[in-house]
Design a protein around this ligand. Structure first.
Ligand SMILES: C[S@@+](CC[C@H](N)C(=O)[O-])C[C@H]1O[C@@H](n2cnc3c(N)ncnc32)[C@H](O)[C@@H]1O
Length: 285
């Protein structure tokens, strides 16, 4: 585990110290508004997965047909409190173009760490994230790797795990890594595709392009880790996985901004996994 000195030297404020609280709130309001703004082609000529707001009030076109998909997900998890992450150390797993890393910085996080392997289709990580972080003056620590290779223990108060679980070849090993990285009292915000299968049993459905599974596997990408869909959990599957590692699992309250648009049977769900503040750390190994 890093010493306090290690952490002091490594820690970099997520936003410039000259930015006062009112200015930060105003930037966060602009970035996170669910709004109808002009959508532009990418200024850096690359593919963008996330629809990315720019300071001039336009957005870079992303892959979702809903230009507010990212804002809806953020609002569903954190509401409109622009201090919701004040003082928190945040890990954005599968950060991709960096929308949620920048949102965390604008909502007061002390430190934001974005991790994603270089195997992302289109090869846009971390170039797009750097482009967007510069735009918003956000200081994001970047690691180009599988998050399961991060060495830290109990380092993060908040872990964003959006759209990653169903790409893992071993979701149990993935949740073990999440639990190792999560500080006592910390929370994981987990967004995932859910399966139609299983009824009242916890199920991880193996996605396939051959059999009629809830979503396709995209087998053509199977040798590019993190891109094919592998295991698709049903709701109880997510709950059972969290409980396996001593985490408390809650769904979001109904009618939230994200699940109203993307939820429903066989679609997307968001869960909050919490680690008790008195839960002992897992043994080193
Ligand atoms: C569907 S995208 C979601 C991107 C972003 N989190 C969002 O919700 O907009 C899945 C992302 O997870 C990344 N990913 C997949 N496996 C990963 C792993 N083991 N470690 C870190 N990132 C991973 C992919 O490269 C990709 O950027």
């Amino acid at each position: 585990m890093p010493s306090i000195l290690d952490r002091t030297f490594r820690r970099v404020a997520a936003l410039p110290p000259s930015l006062d609280r009112a200015e930060r709130h105003s930037l966060a309001d602009q970035f996170l508004a669910i709004d109808n703004v002009p959508i532009m082609s990418p200024p850096n000529g690359r593919f963008w997965f996330q629809t990315m707001p720019l300071r001039d009030g336009t957005r870079i076109r992303g892959a979702s047909g809903d230009p507010n998909r990212e804002q809806r997900l953020w609002t569903a998890c954190f509401g409109t409190d622009r201090d919701c992450l004040a003082g928190k150390r945040v890990l954005d797993v599968g950060a991709n173009d960096g929308f949620f890393s920048i949102a965390a910085a604008l909502c007061g996080a002390d430190e934001v760490h974005a991790v994603n392997p270089a195997t992302l289709a289109h090869g846009t990580f971390p170039a797009n994230l750097r482009f967007a972080a510069d735009e918003w003056d956000a200081n994001i620590r970047i690691t180009v790797d599988d998050f399961q290779n991060l060495p830290e223990r109990a380092e993060y108060d908040v872990i964003l795990l959006y759209g990653v679980l169903n790409h893992l070849e071993n979701p149990v090993a993935g949740m073990r890594a999440v639990e190792r990285l999560l500080a006592p009292g910390g929370r994981v915000y987990l967004e995932t595709q859910v399966s139609n299968s299983g009824g009242n049993q916890p199920v991880f459905e193996l996605a396939s392009d051959v059999y009629a599974t809830t979503v396709p596997q995209y087998r053509a990408m199977i040798d590019v880790p993190g891109n094919s869909t592998i295991f698709v959990p049903n709701e109880l599957g997510v709950r059972a996985l969290g409980v396996t590692f001593g985490l408390t699992v809650d769904g979001l309250t109904g009618g939230n901004a994200y699940e109203a648009a993307f939820g429903g049977p066989g679609r997307r769900r968001v869960f909050v996994l919490s680690r008790a503040s008195d839960r002992p750390l897992a043994p080193k190994g």
